[in-house]
Write a protein that binds this ligand. Structure first.
Ligand SMILES: Cc1ncc(COP(=O)(O)O)c(C=O)c1O
Length: 403
């Protein structure tokens, strides 16, 4: 165990919390404990590990580090972010119980609640949690066991006021869970604002290099953590040791990367906001963002994601995405490389059309996860892609006129 103290700051904790040099060999990096089982000295006498579905030293090192970064006591790591969401629901919801979730959330979360858990009697209601009154009304109508918010929401970037959501959830006897994937504890600390559990897809910024999939549940509540651990062991969804080890390396630079992601995203957002072909843009770090005041209160900076629409609607947006050269058209966010995504057909394709429309996930919406390249190169790529998209638009409208 590293010599961390409560006084240590984020960047120091990112490097040292929960894992020091290996006590046996002195290896600076935590070893990858690639083992299924652990030899016991006598029946029932062991060093805390029995079987790697229940716990693994490399995974445990990552758990201690993530807990320290969120300012919590406990974390459990899972094979994917959705495995963490599944464990959360299995741990906390019974048939007949209700979860009130943000209308704009990751598409896989919607599919899990609507398609997979509904047949087991779990009832999900999706409301616009960016509107505190709508959340209050949903909780007044009927009791709920869980309030699940994603802020900023993927992909619209609408914010939910975490302090208010915690106050309303607790007054209604519900627990508040915040999916903190888009900002990470480097930029937002939901537990300090009253949330009971933080959920992460560590696939994104926490590991940060497009190398793994993983998830985590972080909490200060020992009883909740015990339940998460029990469900993970019982359903077999623990993270693999090698993925945990890669994530331990990625998380070392989390603070530095998130600051740089945000600086780059602000530069790119300013460029896009002034571009004549950009019709609508959402970035929490811009003064023009409707919830800029809340963003300033709740997050350290704007984060890496930008959502926008281009003039010419869906066709023009698709042409833009097909024309990028440096940015990669791919289904992920939160990596060192800039990624561009079409949420309506990719990440949110499984969300019913009415919910997509209500959440503002239009057919023409483009999601950009700004990476760590030089921002001038990202801007130059978007500029040429916008030009290519605009030129095809002119050709198309001329052809339509002629036809
Ligand atoms: C906000 C958010 N939460 C959870 C998930 C699910 O994570 P994973 O893909 O690691 O299962 C995603 C995936 O895109 C996401 O964007």
């Amino acid at each position: 165990m590293a010599q961390e103290t409560r006084q240590q700051r984020f960047d120091t904790l990112s490097l040292h919390a929960g894992a020091g040099p290996d006590p046996v060999t002195g290896a600076l990096l935590t070893p990858i404990y690639q083992t299924t089982t652990y030899v016991q000295e006598a029946v029932g006498r062991h060093k805390g590990y029995t079987y790697s579905r229940a716990g693994n030293p490399t995974v445990a090192a990552l758990e201690r580090r993530l807990a320290a970064l969120e300012g919590a006591e406990f974390a459990t790591c899972y094979a994917t972010g959705l495995a963490a969401t599944t464990a959360l629901c299995l741990a906390l919801l019974r048939a007949g119980e209700r979860v009130v979730a943000s209308q704009a959330v990751y598409g896989g979360t919607v599919r899990l609640l609507r398609e997979v858990l509904a047949p087991f009697g779990v009832r999900a209601e999706f409301v616009d949690t960016s509107d505190t009154n709508a959340l209050a009304e949903a909780l007044r109508r009927e009791p709920a066991r869980l309030v699940f918010v994603e802020t900023p929401a993927n992909p619209t970037l609408q914010l939910t006021d975490i302090k208010e959501a915690a106050r309303l959830a607790h007054a209604a006897g519900a627990l508040l869970v915040v999916d903190n994937t888009l900002l990470t504890p480097a930029l937002q600390r939901p537990l300090e604002l009253g949330a009971d559990v933080v959920l992460h897809s560590t696939t994104k910024f926490i590991e940060g290099h497009n190398a793994t999939v993983g998830g985590a549940l972080v909490t200060g509540d020992a009883a909740l953590n015990e339940r998460f651990d029990y469900i993970r062991k019982s359903t077999g969804t623990i993270q693999a040791p090698f993925d945990a080890w890669l994530t331990l390396q990625g998380v070392k630079t989390l603070g530095v990367r998130m600051a740089h992601h945000s600086e780059n995203a602000l530069r790119v957002a300013r460029f896009l906001a002034e571009h004549p072909q950009v019709a609508r843009l959402s970035y929490p770090g811009l003064e023009s963002f409707p919830q800029f005041g809340l963003a300033r209160r709740q997050q350290a900076s704007g984060g890496a994601l930008i959502a926008f629409e281009v003039e010419g609607g869906t066709e023009a947006g698709v042409r833009l995405m097909n024309s990028v050269r440096l940015c990669s058209l791919a289904e992920n966010l939160g990596a060192a490389e800039t990624l561009i995504t079409h949420p309506a057909s990719m990440t949110h394709g499984s969300v019913p059309t009415e919910q997509r429309e209500a959440a503002g996930i239009t057919e023409g919406l483009v999601r950009l996860s700004v990476g760590l390249e030089d921002p001038e190169d990202i801007i130059a790529d978007l500029e040429q892609a916008l030009r290519a998209s605009g030129e095809s638009e002119k050709v198309l409208s001329a052809t339509n006129r002629e036809g």
